[in-house]
Design a protein around this ligand. Structure first.
Ligand code: DQA
Length: 157
């Protein structure tokens, strides 16, 4: 069965410390909580007839296991890898194993206006799109993009 937006959820993955959104450095990340972002993503996907599978982990291996799951069961991935963006070849390798699966990377803050170590992302090497500095609205943009890319049947699925 081909996996499309209509037949499979979008996997939305959040990396370490994003469970603290709303409390953690609100001057950088804003007042919204992860629950607020989940609701925003669900509303955005629903407008296109889709659903989301929204998860957060502070553990690299768990994120990798979930990418493997998305490879088989989801129509695309939105990922905010948080600090793992800048360190994790393993997450890049997991995404590289997802042939043809739409992947959009999102960062709440404008990482390019911050410390130099945040300017490079391993995940960007695989991402079909990258959104940074749009606040939590970036998640809605990312869901829109995955919905557009996953709207048609995947030939290899
Ligand atoms: C972040 C940016 C990362 O550099 C940082 O480590 C995060 C959040 C963002 O959403 O702006 O935890 O991914």
């Amino acid at each position: 069965m081909p996996r499309t937006l209509a037949s499979a959820p979008i996997m939305i993955l959040n990396g370490p410390n994003l469970n603290l959104l709303g409390q953690r450095q609100p001057e950088i990340y804003g007042p919204d909580t992860l629950a607020d972002i989940e609701a925003l993503c669900a509303r955005t996907a629903a407008a296109h007839g889709g659903t989301v599978d929204f998860r957060q982990s502070n553990h690299e291996g768990e994120l990798i296991d979930w990418i493997h799951e998305a490879r088989l069961h989801h129509c695309g991935v939105v990922i905010n890898p948080a600090a793992y963006s800048h360190t994790s070849v393993a997450i890049l390798d997991a995404l590289n194993a997802c042939d043809g699966l739409p992947v959009v990377e999102v960062h709440i803050s404008n990482v390019h206006r911050r410390e130099t170590f945040r300017h490079h992302s391993y995940v960007s090497l695989r991402a079909d799109g990258v959104i940074a500095g749009c606040g939590v609205q970036g998640y809605a943009f990312a869901v829109e993009r995955v919905a557009a890319l996953a709207g048609a049947a995947r030939a290899d699925a």
